[in-house]
Design a protein around this ligand. Structure first.
Ligand SMILES: *Cc1c(COP(=O)(O)O)cnc(C)c1O
Length: 463
């Protein structure tokens, strides 16, 4: 399997190289040259199988010869062994025809663990085999960073630096990044918001001299291996509810468009997904784009669902690649225009997007009201991100008879203040996390300055 850049000007790479580099050298994102499809009978055969077995069957064709079947199987087993639920991604019913897909049973209590635990193991195996060492730098609005630190801490062949917006992540998120004591992980508190962190990271990847010097690797949600790992739970959920015999719909709380994009890949592989519904908080660039056909960035306004406080949605570029039917020049032109504030999508491309996606937004008040109402009507305590999804899903419930599956992206205990205010219940952290949080915090403040940041990374990484 070969991977090509959405902007068409970088060499095609194999799975392992695409995974280790993250961003393509022309600034684009990697996508598989072709997407393998499953026949209805093959999808039906996945129903009821253990999560790891489904993961192996679905991901194996994308990995190609990079890992042997036995090696890949062992990697998957290790990746999900630390999850606190036997089903890994259990389904819970909220109301008639509406289900929650609980993606928060991993070690840092957010869906990011599904991808990050897997790529930690994949990096370890690939780098050990090559005798190489890499420097992982990631930007986080909260959950990616904690998931990355948890997945890579103590591994032999990586140094990990995580940029997070100072003061804009929850206490639990910050402690998950600052309390691990392993010498190879570094939490960097950046003066600015998440878009500042993400822009610094992009600039660093475009500094090719630095990129080669420290062998920079990216594990942000633009990394193809992360998207791939997230495809699996779309299949386990849909087959549990009758796919491929019955079509389903998914509502996905969205920021960087990585999680919902995995749903599009699942659909391209043959899963009958009738609609993918984008749920945004007040930072609603994606919802506005679908409504107006123009992608225009705004100011980030901090919300109670901070992992979605994003106005430049990186993985949307991948959707544009399909919307423009693989016209890399068109994608590159639009991404270039983003620097000036935004672009208008062509009629053909916006029609394609509206055929595959619907959207909605939840205000802060609606998010709180949804946490309260969901607890009152079902007894389920949900986090603010999940509540954004539930609110938007409810607005679409009547549109067809296909079951609606809303992705529950984080455990309520990661955002206890909002949940307590809405329900009167302060959700408790699992005991293993509570213990970890007594450790001393370690973080380094950094200004939004590329040269200073690169100097810090040079100095701190092991050689
Ligand atoms: C990262 C995150 C999201 C957004 O996911 P994207 O893949 O960036 O769209 C939503 N909810 C939670 C809890 C997250 O951590």
């Amino acid at each position: 399997m070969r991977y090509i850049s959405t902007r068409g000007k970088a060499p095609a790479l194999g799975f392992e190289e695409a995974m280790l580099s993250g961003l393509a050298r022309d600034g684009g994102l990697y996508l598989p040259e072709t997407i393998p499809t499953l026949a209805a009978g093959e999808i039906a055969a996945l129903a009821g199988r253990p999560y790891e077995e489904v993961a192996l069957a679905l991901m194996r064709p994308f990995v190609g010869e990079s890992f042997s079947e036995a090696e890949f199987k062992a990697i998957i087993a290790r990746a999900y062994a630390g999850f606190g639920h036997a089903a890994r991604a259990p389904l819970v019913q909220l109301e008639a025809n509406h289900f929650l897909l609980e993606l928060f049973h991993g070690p840092t209590l957010a869906f990011k663990d599904f991808a990050m635990q897997l790529i930690g193991q994949l990096f370890q195996a690939a780098l050990a085999r090559r005798g190489e060492r890499v420097t992982i730098v990631g930007a986080t609005s909260g959950d990616t960073g904690s998931a990355a630190i948890e997945a890579f801490k103590g591994l032999d062949n990586v140094d990990v630096f995580i940029l997070f917006p100072e003061g804009r992540v929850s206490d639990v998120q910050r402690k998950q990044m600052t309390t691990p004591g392993e010498a190879n992980v570094h939490a960097l508190a950046v003066e600015g918001d998440f878009d500042t962190c993400q822009a610094l990271l992009k600039d660093m990847f475009n500094d090719f001299a630095f990129r080669d010097e420290v062998r920079l690797a990216g594990v942000n949600s633009i990394n193809w291996a992360r998207v791939l790992a997230q495809v699996v739970y779309y299949f386990t959920a849909a087959t549990s509810l009758g796919a491929p015999g019955r079509a389903v719909r998914f509502t996905v709380p969205t920021g960087n468009f990585g999680d919902i994009f995995a749903g599009l890949i699942a659909q391209k592989m043959g899963l009958p997904v009738e609609k993918l519904i984008i749920a945004t908080n007040q930072n609603d660039i994606l919802h506005r784009t679908l409504e107006t056909g123009a992608y225009r960035r705004g100011e980030v306004v901090p919300s109670i669902s901070p992992s979605m406080d994003i106005q430049v949605s990186s993985n949307f570029e991948r959707a544009l690649y399909y919307a423009y039917e693989g016209d890399c020049a068109a994608v590159a032109a639009q991404m270039g225009a983003l620097a000036e504030g935004g672009f208008t999508i062509s009629q053909g491309a916006i029609d394609w997007l509206r055929a595959h996606f619907a959207s909605g937004r939840a205000s802060e008040e609606e998010t709180m009201a949804t946490i309260r109402a969901t607890y009152a009507t079902s007894g389920e305590v949900i986090c603010p991100h999940t509540a954004v999804g539930v609110k938007v899903a409810r607005a679409h419930l009547g549109a067809s008879g296909a079951p609606m599956i809303t992705l529950a992206t984080a455990h309520p205990a990661k955002f206890p203040d909002a949940v307590e205010e809405a329900t009167g219940i302060r959700p408790a952290l699992p005991a293993r996390l509570a213990r970890q949080f007594e450790a001393e915090e370690r973080q380094t403040p950094v200004a939004a300055d590329l040269a200073a940041l690169e100097a810090l990374i040079r100095e701190r990484r092991a050689r």
